[in-house]
Design a binder for this molecule. Structure first.
Ligand SMILES: NC(=O)c1ccc[n+]([C@@H]2O[C@H](COP(=O)([O-])OP(=O)(O)OC[C@H]3O[C@@H](n4cnc5c(N)ncnc54)[C@H](OP(=O)(O)O)[C@@H]3O)[C@@H](O)[C@H]2O)c1
Length: 331
């Protein structure tokens, strides 16, 4: 099979599209024909060597799969060949999804929502699982509460806005001015231009000095230190970004704040809950650009650069028909 492999860590020329052996499913595993995958910041972080201790070379990275079960290993009960599935491969544990085939344990694999194309489904598994774990699992966001979603036009942020709206929260988000229409269309109630405005000032003005119940940090930097200034009493902060430097959280004390850190975990239950939101029309990933398996290096360069005009996700069509969903395919 063809796979986009990393033979060394570095820039986009570290990639090589080459023939590698097709994997074989073991006990409790499924072999999936990958129709689509997508690009996440984790992929370029792996490529440039940020996680060298966890990624032996040569490596296949990639953290989203939407595809069709081709073969099942001994003991598999949840799937049969021909099932359309979606999942995030176990992170730092075996080959990733930049390949024509992938093998995964059946307990991390879900049935793909029929209304999504493979490109859309592959654009949701990692970012959707992360947003779900952060907002539902950790922050336990409730109806009528308010949340600040940092980076609302990005992969995780654009899903988090929709999940927060589905829960029934008032959503504040930060984005560039060019992205305001996009994030409003996803359901954001108050949009803040992070290049021109101070989000703490806007939130305090809009909430009559009360602050928001939850801050979702997808950016890093000094967000954890500054979050208490935007937070209501007993507020919660959830961060998915690793800490590049120590931060002083003394302000959190005065707000009786709780801090949560998420490194997304894989399981079928979370995918099934995301699927329910999708099928109810409350969640749809936005595919901002599509590239082929061979053009993954270009897709990396695009996501990695700032001011790239991107909204939502970059999807990778591993097979050319990946942009149709089950309903379109039947008609
Ligand atoms: N812990 C986990 O399990 C986990 C899971 C998924 C992702 N992550 C991490 O979460 C981060 C975001 O991932 P992603 O997939 O959403 O990335 P992404 O698709 O690149 O989106 C990042 C977004 O942040 C915006 N942004 C950049 N600087 C900003 C600022 N100062 N204020 C507000 N918005 C800003 C960008 O907007 P512009 O276009 O204006 O630059 C972009 O829309 C990455 O660091 C990733 O590694 C962690």
């Amino acid at each position: 099979m063809k796979a986009m492999t990393l033979n060394t860590f570095g820039g986009i020329d570290a990639f090589e599209l080459r023939e590698v052996p097709k994997p074989v499913p073991g006990a409790g595993q499924v072999l999936v024909r990958v129709h689509a995958t997508s690009i996440n910041p984790l992929d370029y972080q792996v490529r440039r060597g940020d996680y060298q201790d966890y990624v032996p070379l040569p490596a296949i990275t990639g953290h989203d799969v939407s595809g069709v079960v081709e073969e099942v290993g001994p003991g598999v009960t949840a799937f049969v060949p021909g099932d359309e599935v979606w999942y995030t491969p176990q992170i730092f544990d075996g080959p990733g999804s930049y390949a024509e085939y992938h093998v995964a344990a059946e307990n991390i694999v879900g049935k793909k929502p029929a209304s999504l194309s493979h490109l859309e489904a592959a654009s949701l598994t990692l970012v959707g699982g992360t947003a779900w774990e952060a907002l539902v699992g950790r922050a336990q966001l409730r109806v009528g509460e308010s949340i600040l979603v940092h980076g609302g036009a990005g992969g995780v942020g654009h899903v988090a806005i929709q999940v927060a709206k589905a829960i029934g929260a008032r959503v504040f988000t930060t984005a560039r001015a060019e992205q305001f229409d996009f994030v409003r269309g996803l359901g954001a109630d108050v949009v803040i231009d992070y290049q021109k405005e101070d989000y703490v000032d806007v939130i305090m003005r809009e909430t009559a000095g009360q602050g928001v119940n939850v801050v979702f940090d997808t950016i890093g930097g000094d967000t954890l230190t500054r979050s208490p200034d935007a937070l209501a009493q007993l507020g919660r902060v959830v961060s998915i970004v690793d800490l590049a430097k120590p931060q002083n959280l003394i302000q959190a004390w005065g707000k009786n704040a709780s801090y949560h850190f998420v490194f997304t975990r894989q399981n079928r239950g979370k995918l099934d809950e995301l699927s329910a939101l999708v099928e109810r029309g409350q969640l749809r990933p936005h595919v901002g650009a599509t590239y082929s398996l061979a053009d993954i290096p270009l897709a990396h360069a695009r996501l990695e650069s700032r001011d790239n005009g991107l909204r939502g996700k970059i999807a990778i069509a591993v097979v050319p028909s990946a942009n149709t969903n089950a309903t379109q395919a039947q008609s």
